[in-house]
Design a protein around this ligand. Structure first.
Ligand code: ADP
Ligand code: GLC
Length: 484
């Protein structure tokens, strides 16, 4: 049995901005099922209800460079599991709306202090619990400093046999701050520490993690290769090449408890399965109606659920005068339903497009029920990502027989098999270049296939629904790594 502490900024159902939250909870639950002692540590953000949590008597004193911060510890549990979740409660740092910032495109000014507190808190919590984990498993930049602290301080103070693992869910976000903020992690800066903490004149949390983690993983094998390249590495490619022997891609699974057309409570009573698929058109009908689109089974309905950020290909799709969505909707017999939030220019443009185009409908905001309706009711799901470490939405889509249309990158490449028109094989539509004309052409191909080769679509649907990306397989790979 292994003792594992997951240190994270997000975990469903408590806090989520993206797939990271799904992954931390599902992986922890699976590891627990396999008999391991897994615990999760995260901040108690303002919106997380304290009254349903248990408060520990002892508070943690966490040294944060310029002084000690006192945090209360609350405890809960991941739903339908026995995985304990510890919450650091600190009014000044976490008692406000928002996780990383009030808006998706703007981080809080004191994020360096907030997430240093989390990373340092990991070790203080273990002391309080008299529990020494075999592995401290960090996720992305917010908890990457825990790997640094383990190596540079804590291994000499009782964590001699503990190893640090860093999982990179997205290398585009690195936690870059003023070098003055290094004080939270490092009371005395010498050359060794500086060369670990600094990148391009700034403090860089992710870099510190990449250098000091015992093992580094990312969330698909293809992305593990891509981030070693200049065009995908966001400056970390050199370091990752240096550490290539310790870098591995482990594909995410999805939670089939939540994302399964047979049991999905959001589509009741129209649940469907590979052998009884009629419910799918019922959901399509409801979705068209709810979103104000012409109700018509014959028109292919394409879904998009996404954070509206550059990573997801929004410039090529939506940018006024350049993006291709307008032409696609004008020229083709197709409908789009789009759910997302993020960059303001894009939200505004989407509202314009939906006012002008009768076959495009938009919901700006976050809406889990609608996300489920779209996965279930759409015929296709478009994800033209610039880069995609893993991507969960295309895997959800496969499970609902909603054929993904994806760019050949990262986890999209590892999960979707391109349609072969000659053989009729594949589970979706895959294209190489992220250019408006390429997206236009692939959409044309999709619509033609829908109209002229419906039998192929039916077969692809079945094939897609039978695919399984289970957490058990991924969890076993992590366990192998912990073992090493
Ligand atoms: P990323 O983590 O890069 O955003 P993923 O595909 O891994 O991409 O995960 C995105 C997750 O967030 C999925 O569970 C998806 O359903 C959800 N999601 C994204 N945007 C929204 C939204 N506007 N409303 C509801 N769910 C959303
Ligand atoms: C990140 C990535 C996404 C991945 C998710 C979970 O948010 O952008 O591709 O699926 O993390 O690992």
């Amino acid at each position: 049995m292994k003792k594992i502490l997951m240190v994270t900024s997000e975990a469903v159902p408590f806090a989520k901005t993206g797939g990271l939250a799904d992954v931390v909870s599902a992986l922890s639950t699976e590891l627990k099922k396999l008999g391991h002692d897994v615990r999760v540590l995260m901040p108690r953000y303002y919106h997380i209800d304290r009254t349903v949590l248990k408060k520990h008597d002892e508070a943690l004193g966490i040294w944060l460079g310029r002084g000690e911060e006192w945090t209360a510890v609350y405890e809960g549990v991941l739903p339908e599991s026995e995985v304990p979740v510890y919450f650091l409660d600190h009014e000044r740092f976490f008692g406000r709306d928002g996780i990383y910032g009030h808006r998706a495109d703007e981080g809080f000014k004191d994020n360096a202090a907030r997430y240093s507190l989390l990373s340092r808190g990991a070790f203080q919590l273990c002391r309080m619990l008299h529990w020494t984990p075999d592995v401290v498993h960090c996720h992305d930049w917010p908890s990457a400093p825990a790997c640094y602290l383990l190596k540079r301080e804590e291994q000499d103070k009782g964590f001699k046999n503990t190893k640090g693992i860093l999982t990179i869910h997205n290398i585009g976000y690195q936690g870059e701050f003023s070098l003055d903020d290094a004080v939270y992690l490092q009371p005395e800066i010498d050359m060794l520490n500086l060369s670990t903490l600094e990148f391009s004149g700034a403090l860089n949390f992710l870099k510190a993690g990449i250098i000091t983690a015992d093992k580094i993983t990312t969330v698909s094998p293809t992305y593990a290769e891509e981030i070693k390249r200049y065009d995908f590495g966001f400056g970390m490619d050199g370091l990752l090449n240096y550490r290539h022997e310790d870098l591995q891609g482990i594909l995410n699974g999805i939670d089939y408890k939540d994302w399964n057309p047979e049991t999905d409570k959001f589509i009741e009573p129209d649940n469907f399965s590979v052998n009884k698929i009629s419910g799918k058109s019922a959901v399509k009908k409801k979705l068209q109606k709810e979103m104000g689109l012409p109700v018509n089974q014959k028109i292919p309905l394409v879904g998009i659920v996404t954070r509206l950020v550059d990573q997801k290909g929004i410039v090529e799709l939506f940018r006024p005068g350049f993006g291709t969505m307008y032409s696609i909707c004008k020229d083709m017999n197709v409908q789009f339903v789009i759910l997302g939030s993020g960059e303001s220019w894009c939200e505004e443009e989407l509202n314009h497009l939906s006012a002008e185009l009768p076959n495009l409908s938009v919901y700006i905001g976050y809406n889990n029920r609608l996300a489920h309706m779209i996965e279930a009711g759409a015929d296709f799901f478009l994800m033209p990502s610039r880069y995609e470490p893993c991507g969960l939405n295309q895997i959800y889509s496969l499970s609902y027989g909603t054929l993904p249309i994806v760019r050949n990158t990262g986890g999209l490449a590892d999960t979707v098999e391109n349609y072969d028109q000659e053989k009729g094989t594949g589970t979706g539509f895959v294209f190489d270049d992220l250019r408006p004309d390429v997206i236009y052409n692939v959409m044309k191909w999709v619509v033609e296939t829908w109209e002229e080769r419906r039998e192929d679509i039916r077969k692809m649907r079945k094939r897609a629904m039978k695919k399984r990306f289970s957490w058990e397989d991924s969890a076993r790979e992590y366990l192998k790594l912990y073992g090493e």
